[in-house]
Structures are given as structure tokens and as C-alpha cells.
Design a protein around this ligand. Structure first.
Ligand code: FMN
Length: 183
């Protein structure tokens, strides 16, 4: 199968997640085109048998570049098998309020873009203090404190469950069939 993986990232964790999915699928013999949504202009989605999209939550919203891409391509995306990797820190825990918030953000994203992903996988992201400026580092340290998470100054902390991600990607890809084109 030929699979598109298009991602948006602010601090790099979603890129790492997208690359992991790409490596996994290539290892299974699939063809994969991996790209940042910022570079997706002019892409013909009809070439692909399925698409994985990935983006991360920042202050309650996914990246604008992702929304723009999805809105522009929603008809093509609706017509093909898709998986949305929704990256956040809320997904790292079991707080019901956090999960309610995640579902609200996702519903807003779907309403704004008009796209209903074929499958959605919530993926826990990371604190990437090595990427943050002073203010964001301060804000994220406060969030970590509120959550009772111990973080060391300047050190990244990753919550992504790679085994769970592997299962999600494998499960989705197992259901792909070559698309019938033309006609
Ligand atoms: C400024 C900022 C705001 C964030 N806002 C949220 C949020 O509203 N909800 C949430 O669950 N995670 C939030 N996160 C956590 C990110 O989704 C998480 O760090 C993710 O790994 C970022 O992915 P990226 O490195 O690909 O940008 C926020 C992170 C930062 C730095």
C-alpha cells in the first residue's frame, strides 16, 4: 500500500511519532510518504491508499497548518481510510476532566475542518524543555507541578507509549485495501 503520513508539530514530538509510524509501515513493506503539512501544497491525495494525520494540542487547539490542510483536503480525506494521531499531554493520564477536554478539542477540530477521521488514536506527547523558551518553560513547569509530575530543569520527559502506538498503526494498516482509482 502507499500511505501518506502528514504531521504538524510545534516542539518536535509529533514529528518523532510520525517518523515512528513511517518506519513501522515501511518495515512491513508499505510505501510511505512522510511530510510536514506545511509542505503539502499541491499534493494529490488520490495517489494514496490511506493517510495518517498527526498533530498536537497547544492551548486547546491543534496546529493551524493542520486545520488548513485538512479543511482544504477534507473531501479527499473523507473518501479514503484515515487515522488521526491526536498528540497531547492530557492523554498521558487518566484525569476525567482532561479527557473531557481532549474530546471537546477534537470535536471542535472536526467541526472546524469538516473532517471525520476514520480512526482516532490519542497519543501521549512529551515535555520538551530543550525546545521551550523561558516563558513556555515556566508555564510547562507549572503544569507539571499541578499534575504532580517531577521534571528536571532543562530535561525532556516523554510519555509516548510506543508499544500502544505500534498496535494502533498496525491495526489501522491491516484494514487497508488498494484503492480502486479512475472509472
Ligand atoms: C504551550 C503549550 C501548550 C500546550 N497545551 C496543551 C493542551 O491544551 N492540552 C494538552 O493536553 N496538552 C497540551 N500541551 C502538551 C503538548 O500537546 C505536548 O507537549 C506534545 O508532545 C507537543 O507536541 P509537539 O512537540 O509535536 O508540538 C501543550 C504544550 C505546550 C508547550
Amino acid at each position: 500500500m502507499l500511505i501518506l503520513i502528514a504531521y504538524a508539530t510545534t516542539d518536535g514530538q509529533t514529528r518523532k511519532i510520525a517518523r515512528f509510524a513511517a518506519d513501522r509501515l515501511v518495515g512491513q513493506g508499505h510505501g510511505v510518504e512522510l511530510l510536514n503539512v506545511e509542505d503539502a501544497e499541491g499534493l494529490d491525495l488520490a495517489r494514496f491508499d490511506g493517510a495518517i494525520l498527526a498533530g498536537s494540542l497547544h492551548v486547546g487547539g491543534y496546529q493551524k497548518a493542520l486545520s488548513r490542510f485538512v479543511t482544504a483536503e477534507r473531501a479527499a480525506l473523507q473518501a479514503m481510510p484515515t487515522l488521526f494521531l491526536a498528540v497531547s499531554l492530557s492523554a498521558a493520564g487518566n484525569d476525567p476532566e482532561d479527557w473531557a477536554g481532549l474530546n471537546r478539542c477534537l470535536a471542535e477540530f472536526q467541526a472546524d475542518t469538516g473532517w471525520t477521521p476514520g480512526r482516532i488514536e490519542h497519543v501521549a506527547g512529551a515535555f520538551r524543555f530543550s525546545e521551550y523558551d523561558f516563558f513556555r518553560a515556566w508555564a510547562m513547569r507549572r503544569i507539571a507541578d499541578q499534575k504532580g509530575e517531577k521534571v528536571e530543569p532543562g530535561k525532556d520527559k516523554e510519555y509516548t507509549d510506543w508499544a500502544a502506538l505500534m498496535l494502533a498503526v498496525d491495526g489501522w494498516a491491516a484494514g487497508l485495501a488498494p484503492r480502486v482509482r479512475g472509472a
